[in-house]
Structure formats: C-alpha cells, structure tokens
Design a protein around this ligand. Sequence first.
Ligand code: ATP
Ligand code: MG
Length: 407
Amino acid sequence: TESLWNSGLEIVRVLYSRGHEAYLVGGSVRDRLLGRSLHDIDIATSALPEEVTAAFNRTIPTGLKHGTVTVFEGGRHFEVTTFRTESGYSDARRPDRVAFVRDLREDLSRRDFTINALAVGVDGELTDPFDGRRDLRDGRIRCVGDADRRFGEDALRMLRAIRFAAEFRFSLSLSVWRGIRRQAERLGLVSMERVGAEWDKMMAGSDPDRACGLLARSGLLSCVKEPLPEVVTAGPGGLTVRGEEWPHGLRCLREIGDTDVRWSAFLAAVGASPEEAGALFRTLRFSGRRESRVTAAVVFQRRMESSHDRASFITAILDVGRSAARDWLDMQAEGGRFRDWLAELTVDTMGQLAVKGDQLALRLDKPAGPWVARLLRYLLGEVAHGRLTNEKAKLLKASEEWQDAEQ
Ligand code: ATP
Ligand code: MG
C-alpha cells in the first residue's frame, strides 16, 4: 500500500516537474485517510492527455474523450485524468459533455461525495474544499452540492452512496437519504449491468448485511429498469422491516467468505425459490456459471429445510452435487455433523464407481440404454449410503439383483 501510494506520488512529481499541476484524488486518498489498503490510484492533472502521454514511456489512451490516460510505471498502472467538469446528464447516466478545466477545485466539485472529493499534491498537502475530512471523521456520506440535483444527474450515485455507507459503516446524511427518496425513480434509467455491478460490490464488501438493509429501506430495488423478484426487493432489511428474524441457522452475510455464497445465503434468507434466484442473477446480468452455482445452493437449502438426517443429506449431495453441499455448509451457522458426513462421503458421482456402464451392459448381457444410467444411480446411492462397498465384484453382483428386482 505504502509503495503503491509512493509510486502514485512519483507520477505526480513527474507531471509537476514538467510544469503541470497534478494530484492523487478520489478513492485512494479517502482509503489512505481511513487507513485502508489501496487497490488503485487515480491522478488528476492540468496536463492535457497528449501532454500526459508525452511525459511517460508507456501509456494507453484509455478514455481520451474523457481525458483519461493509463500510465504504466514500475509494473503498476495509474489512471491519469485531465481536470474536467461534466454537464448535461440528459439520460441520468452519463454526461452529454465533458469540458477540460484548469482548476483542481472545479474537478473536485464534479465528484459525487465529499469523502471522494479529496486531493493530495506533490508535497503531500491535502485539498479538501467540501470538508470531506470532517465527514470521514464523523462517518457520514454527504454529496458535493445538492443531493437531489446530483442524484438527478447520475442516478447510479444513489447506489454508490449506499455502497460506501455499508463499506465504511458510515451513515447517510439526511439530505442524501432525502435525495434518494426523491430521485429513486431515476434509477430506472441506469442499465442493469451497472446496477448489478454495484450490488455485487456491496455483497463482496465489508458489510453486505447493512448494504442489503439500506437497499431494502431505500426502495431503490423496486425502481430498477427491469423488475426483480418480489421476495428479493424486500431483502434482509425487508425481513427486519416486516419484523421477522434473520432465519435461524444461517450465518449473517458478512461472516461468509465467498461472495457467491453470500448471495446464496441472502436468497435463502429471504425465501427465494431456485427460479427466483435464477431470475435475479439473469436480470443483474451475472454469468451463467454464477447463476448455476447460486441456484444449486438455494436448491440444496430447500432440500435441507424439510429433513436434517444423514440419509436426506447424502441424497441431496447425489442429486445437487458436492460443491452445492459445500456452499450450503458455508451458509450455515453450525455445520458440525453435516461437515463430518460430507467428509466421510467417498463417492458422489457415478464416475467414481468401480464399474463403468459398458461393463454393466456386458455383465447383464443387454444393449446399453437409459437403464444404464438408472442402474449406476442406484449403485451410487447404495455405496454412498454405506449399504454396498465400492468394489467391482460387489457392484456387478448387486447389478444382477437390481435387474431381477426390476423385472
Ligand atoms: P472504489 O474504487 O473503492 O469503489 P472510488 O471512490 O475509487 O471507490 P471509483 O468508481 O473508482 O470509486 O471512482 C473514482 C473517483 O471518481 C471517485 O472517488 C469519485 O471522486 C469519482 N466518481 C466515480 N464515480 C462517480 C460518479 N458516478 N459521480 C461523480 N463522481 C464519481
Ligand atoms: Mg477506485
């Protein structure tokens, strides 16, 4: 972190030595003041994109129209953006016009929240025109300027406000909260990809429980462009709003390591069906791979709601899969005996059986057909439940008995 920061300062110095103004800005300054680790560094400068390009060996014109050049230095990359303002916002998403400006303060005033409108210059001095430092100290999310207007310009900022409030365990200022209530409808103009990406960051962040609670209470989830399943828009915050408890037995989201398992637990907590889980993931444009994983965990949860014995657990593993079982266990506050049962289970797929389909066809002297899969599934169950050992001779013998019983 320290060395990333220093490399950023080095870029600032290079620009400065060529007669430009340059500052570290935005999230990295905020995170440094909060004592958090830095993940990327943004630099704002009076230099025009071509002047930035001329100052460094390796650059990429990332977003020339917006004045952004990516600079590579010492195996790292930095986004260097010319001071600019934005105007227009006729679609509540992106500005119609970007104008380069000479002054840092103007650049800072286009930024969303006071805590994101901080800049550090060559000598390490802080520029803080909107009292962002005070808000960092007081733990408060406040807009630069009028919240109503800023959310009207760019509706995504409402989700960002909630994300930062949850991430840093800050409160939303009254004006931010009021602005959200007034401008919530505007979220319908934002693409589902961007909504999904923000919500996903909240789920991956330090306090997804708080994030979901704020989302539920803000009413924002019912304002997105494409409708989300109703159980979901209420969220875990919705649970408390309805006076219900977080379902006993599930861990709270922040105690779960994996983001997709957090999503699964959230969906389980609000009582989403596998279909609703799938619909949510598709609407938020998450990958099919993630959708299958989370849906499987929700299916597993449903299966385990009705019966908790070893046999049901093992059957669920055979039907839904071992990875779904692992995810389900990660959702549970206590998994003691289930964890043991899962560890003891040596076979959970047909491929692990000591016989193959063609050997069965040969032994039973029948042409291969759908019956092979049925028989393998039967054998798998017998082995998994401990009624049969996974040895070729035993399995072939059991196959003959199975055939006799089938007829
Ligand atoms: P993090 O990267 O930790 O999520 P960040 O503050 O760095 O937080 P970015 O999305 O990387 O967020 O944006 C960098 C900076 O650009 C922000 O700190 C803020 O000053 C400004 N910014 C980003 N998005 C917006 C927006 N929608 N409206 C106004 N300013 C914004
Ligand atoms: Mg950032």
